[in-house]
Design a protein around this ligand. Structure first.
Ligand SMILES: Cc1cc2nc3c(=O)[nH]c(=O)nc-3n(C[C@H](O)[C@H](O)[C@H](O)COP(=O)(O)OP(=O)(O)OC[C@H]3O[C@@H](n4cnc5c(N)ncnc54)[C@H](O)[C@@H]3O)c2cc1C
Length: 431
């Protein structure tokens, strides 16, 4: 059951992931400064794994032999005519966003925090919220990677079709990504309004409308009292249109001060609320760039279910509220549009996600995860690739119709499994 972060206490290195729930299994971290140096590192290693900003909660970025950080590949170039930006694989959303905004552009969406690398986020199908917003990898229109033999390969959405769709959410397996090209939109402003105490019963008949009430909508719940404690609605600002905060949202009432999703935490590290407009990159994430995101020490889990089953899934998990409560900080519900990226958790499926921010107590969390997974089993859950879960590999593999093609693609670029670590071996290859 604990195959994902089983040996978190044991390994030698002093470096940990962001949450500190495990140490990386090697001290060998390569930090090339150019694509040519990446090629040299790749050629010199038998086993190698790309490391982004280390925000994953499981061992997906780990290696027992070598890791490679692309942090120094930090160039950013906008093509205003094509409305794209090309970024080095070390660039984070926090770095690219203000640069885009200054130049009149925006990305379609962001995750709850800007600290993560674009390459790491796209590799794991990281997402924000919004009924019609695809995950962050859906903005990728081209990528450059170094394959196991040290060659540089470029794939684009328009030219490479399936091959591109296979590599865009690559889980670090086909190659070491060195550059990404992202689609841009004209810059926009967003207002964030928070409501308190929404009855979960409202989701029975209004799930699409509730999640569609803004550009990006999140519901937070502690699973107590059949209610969402907070609803965060992020809406695009239409210049010249009068705005006032509605006094009632399906029975929920507007917050009169800024709130942190966790009751009792200061809202200082949260993005601006109360309907005050601001740039897209300072409203779409929940947490501000120069502050610690979320609560700090924590674990996270998230399951993607078909959106039309969202309410049923909520009711199924709610039955476990007393077992969940001792370990939970907060749950967040979000929606994401379907896409066609093979290993995406939203592959061909509009999703609602049930996310759990846990106390940093793996012993307790790993007891409750199988119970949640059992409750969600009728809804074909797909666990977030970068968060903790205990689902059996065979169940995960059954969720990915293009898995065989993905493995063939990975084999073509990496015939001897140079980039395949224990996480990939277990979850994609073992039965
Ligand atoms: C506080 C917090 C909040 C979060 N909020 C959200 C959220 O709102 N939505 C969401 O979906 N997720 C969220 N996450 C999860 C996070 O988005 C993922 O863990 C993401 O993958 C982290 O990016 P990273 O740069 O830290 O990558 P890492 O964790 O370092 O790596 C992730 C994966 O990407 C691969 N990778 C990294 N760089 C490359 C490269 N150059 N080439 C090939 N593969 C590469 C790694 O090998 C690994 O498999 C959150 C995490 C934290 C800690």
């Amino acid at each position: 059951m604990s195959h994902l972060i089983a040996d978190e206490q044991t390994t030698g290195g002093g470096r940990t992931n962001w949450a500190g729930n495990y140490h990386y299994s090697t001290d060998r971290l390569h930090s090339p400064r150019s694509v040519a140096e990446v090629q040299r590192v790749v050629k010199s290693c038998d086993k190698l794994r790309a490391l982004g900003r280390g925000h994953s909660f499981n061992r997906i970025a780990d290696s027992a032999a070598n890791q490679i950080s692309l942090k120094d590949l930090s160039e950013m170039t906008i093509d205003p005519k094509a409305k794209t930006v090309t970024v080095g694989a070390g660039v984070s959303y926090g770095q690219v966003a203000p640069y885009l905004d200054r130049n009149g552009f925006a990305l379609h969406n962001l995750a709850s925090l800007p600290h993560i690398s674009i390459a790491g986020a796209c590799a794991t199908a990281t997402h924000g919220s919004g009924n019609t917003n695809g995950n962050l990898a859906t903005a990728v229109s081209g990528l450059e990677m170094v394959t196991a033999d040290g060659e540089v390969v470029t794939l684009t959405r328009e030219r490479d079709g399936d091959r591109f769709r296979g590599a865009a959410v690559g889980l670090g397996a086909p190659g070491i990504v060195t550059k990404l090209r992202l689609d841009l939109h004209p810059t926009f402003e967003v207002r964030q309004v928070v409501y308190e105490n929404l009855s979960l019963s409202q989701l029975e008949n209004h799930l699409d409308a509730i999640f569609g009430s803004g550009y990006s909508v999140s519901l937070f719940t502690d699973w107590q009292n059949h209610r969402a404690t907070q609803v965060w609605i992020k809406s695009k600002v239409t210049p010249g249109t009068p705005f006032s905060i509605q006094p009632d949202f399906y029975g929920a009432k507007p917050a009169t001060r800024r709130l942190h999703p966790l009751a009792g935490h200061s809202a200082e590290n949260c993005t601006e609320q109360l309907g005050i407009p601001g740039p897209w990159y300072d409203r779409l994430p929940h947490f501000r760039m120069n502050f610690t995101p979320s609560a700090g020490h924590e674990l996270q889990t998230e399951y993607f279910v078909p959106r039309e089953k969202g309410y049923e899934a909520v009711l199924a998990v709610e039955k476990l509220r007393d077992k969940i409560r001792p370990h939970l900080m907060i749950t967040e519900l979000r929606t994401i549009d379907a896409d066609d990226l093979w290993m995406s958790t939203c592959y061909k499926r509009k999703a609602m996600t049930l996310h759990f921010t846990w106390q940093p107590d793996w012993e307790g969390v790993q007891r409750v995860l199988p119970l949640i997974e059992e409750q969600l089993a009728p809804f074909d859950p797909r666990p977030h690739w970068a968060k903790v879960f205990t689902m059996k590999p065979a169940k995960i593999q059954a969720q990915y119709a293009r898995l065989v093609d993905f493995k063939a693609l990975a084999k073509e670029y990496d015939p001897h499994g140079k980039f395949r670590n224990a996480f990939i071996q277990t979850n994609l290859y073992d039965g």
